[in-house]
Ligand binder design. Structure first.
Ligand code: GAP
Length: 502
């Protein structure tokens, strides 16, 4: 993971936000390559969701339309959705270090130390978030408590901090603390950022930055229904920024405080909800595979009934095997059957009738909703993790095996040397190809270094104009994955790239 993070910084995929001021925890900026990759993933999703949605079980194309709703909505919308009252994590503060942790992330173990004499002594109750951090910390504690003749046991019996009694909690040494008893009791902490509209900053002018794009869709459901030729089953999709004041942002761009989501609410008749839920789980798994994610690295985690939100009749997380969760998996996308909960809530709070009148069947109902909700920025992380390759035998040991159509740069175009008519031919090709494909022209450094730079950017094809080009009107095209070169007629380069990109 640390190699990937440094590659991302070095090549301009992702930088820490506000870095010259020391960074801001939970915020990241996308650089030139990163924004291109993110846009490509977004466009692939939008294309496959809105412009060319999948075929339904009856073999006919589904009807899905797009919206782009405001980040700040009426504050009552967040009361209705349950986010004002309930969108909270239990968190724990450390009075010694001023660090804040999600209560469910802290594990606690009693660490026993065996002296060479055989005497066994307790070093105390240690809280930790990351087991590796605990090991480092223990080494220091063992040294402090008597020097080199002490060996510590591997901690072996972790318990969640939340399961401890108040008395036990008061003895825990916090994950980054030196002294026991500095962690607070778990307290609810609302994850929504807030601000104020207008001149006065009081409770009446308080507004929230949306913590999910989904609610904007529910708020526009009636307008979309009334102004378009759609009727259930149909979907409304949205891509955009969401904000959550996460207690513990971590793992690069996995959990951040500002992020992007790609969400679609699929409205259907109540009796069809479970069928569409299964349909979308299968469809979304298939889609991630189509983006180049290996089947083995994806996992459908069916949330047990006892853990479902009260309104959900089924939720599955599509999980990915991240380097920091391996061999286990972590969430990439959630597919939730949310029943009619959200629309009912908004109907009740807004007093606007949100029923659908089905004239064919002569009935009215509040549609049920199946929601595939995925992180765009988290999706970029998955693509990067999946694409990252390390191979000592290559000129650039680190390279990105991205699906060609998602790669930030599709074609690198180089004159072998910057003279003898080669730059002119290469520039002409560049001016032609860049109209349809993201290309990069590069005439600096040795050809090997230029290939290596393109490998690190995940560029699938590199076209080199060499000394023979002027005679045979052909160029070499190097394939990123095989590092093999092929001689292709200059006039056929466009067709070659088109065919390979599919
Ligand atoms: N509307 C439902 C919803 O928002 P969620 O599981 O909270 O559900 C959906 O979020 C997806 O959004 C997640 O699967 C994840 O990919 C992404 N996501 C959520 N919180 C995130 C965060 N703090 N940073 C990055 N991505 C996040």
């Amino acid at each position: 993971m640390s190699r990937l993070v440094s590659l991302c910084k070095r090549r301009g995929f992702v930088y820490p936000a506000s870095e010259i001021y020391g960074g801001l925890n939970g915020f990241w900026d996308f650089g030139p390559l990163g924004v291109q990759l993110k846009n490509n993933l977004r466009d692939a999703w939008w294309h496959d969701m809105v412009e060319c949605p999948p075929l339904g079980p009856d073999g006919k194309p589904l009807s899905i339309v797009g919206v782009d709703t405001a980040i700040i909505q009426h504050p009552k919308a967040w009361v209705a959705s349950g986010h004002v009252g309930g969108f909270a994590d239990l968190m724990v503060d450390c009075r010694e270090t001023k660090n804040r942790y999600r209560a469910d992330h802290i594990m606690v173990e009693e660490v026993l130390v065996a002296k060479k004499s055989g005497e066994v002594k307790s070093l105390g109750l240690f809280g930790y978030v990351d087991k590796d951090d605990l090991q480092k910390k223990l080494k220091k504690f063992v040294q402090k408590s008597g020097g080199g003749d002490i060996k510590y046991h591997e901690p072996s019996n972790p318990r969640p901090y939340t399961s401890l009694s108040t008395n036990e909690r008061s003895q825990v040494i916090g994950p980054d603390a030196e002294n026991p008893g500095t962690l607070t009791e778990p307290r609810a902490f609302n994850l929504m950022f807030h601000s104020y509209t207008g001149v006065f900053q009081d409770e009446d002018s308080k507004v929230y930055l949306r913590p999910e794009t989904a609610q904007g869709i529910f708020l526009e459901y009636k307008n979309v229904l009334d102004s378009n030729r759609v009727r259930p089953p149909f979907g409304i999709a949205q891509v955009g920024k969401s904000f959550r004041n996460e207690v513990t942002p971590r793992n690069f761009i996995f959990r951040t405080r500002e992020f992007e989501q790609m969400e679609m609410e699929f409205f259907c008749a109540p009796e069809d909800g479970l069928m569409w839920y299964e349909f979308w789980v299968a469809e979304r798994l298939r889609w991630w595979e189509e983006q180049g994610v290996k089947k083995d690295n994806l996992f459908r985690h069916i949330i047990p009934e006892s853990e479902l939100s009260h309104y959900s009749k089924g939720t599955s997380d599509i999980e990915y095997r991240y380097p920091f969760t391996a061999p286990e998996f972590g969430e990439l996308e959630g597919v939730a059957y949310r029943t009619d909960y959200d629309l009912k809530q908004h109907q009740e709070h807004s007093k606007v009738n949100l029923e659908y009148i089905d004239q064919e069947q002569n009935r009215r109902y509040i549609p049920h909703v199946v929601e595939p909700a995925s992180g765009l920025t988290r999706g970029v992380l998955v693509l990067l993790c999946e694409a990252y390759q390390y191979d000592e035998s290559r000129a650039s040991p680190e390279w990105l095996k991205l699906k060609p159509s998602l790669a930030p740069i599709k074609v690198g175009i180089f004159p072998l040397v910057n003279k003898d008519g080669m730059p002119e031919v290469a520039e002409k090709l560049y001016l032609d190809l860049r109209k349809d494909y993201t290309c990069q022209y590069d005439a600096k450094q040795s050809i090997g270094k230029r290939y290596a730079r393109m490998d690190e950017a995940g560029t699938p094809f590199c076209v080199t104009v060499d000394g023979d080009t002027l005679k045979d009107q052909a160029v070499t095209i190097r394939d990123r994955d095989t590092a093999q070169q092929e001689r292709v007629a200059l006039a056929n380069v466009r067709a070659y790239v088109k065919e390979k990109l599919g």
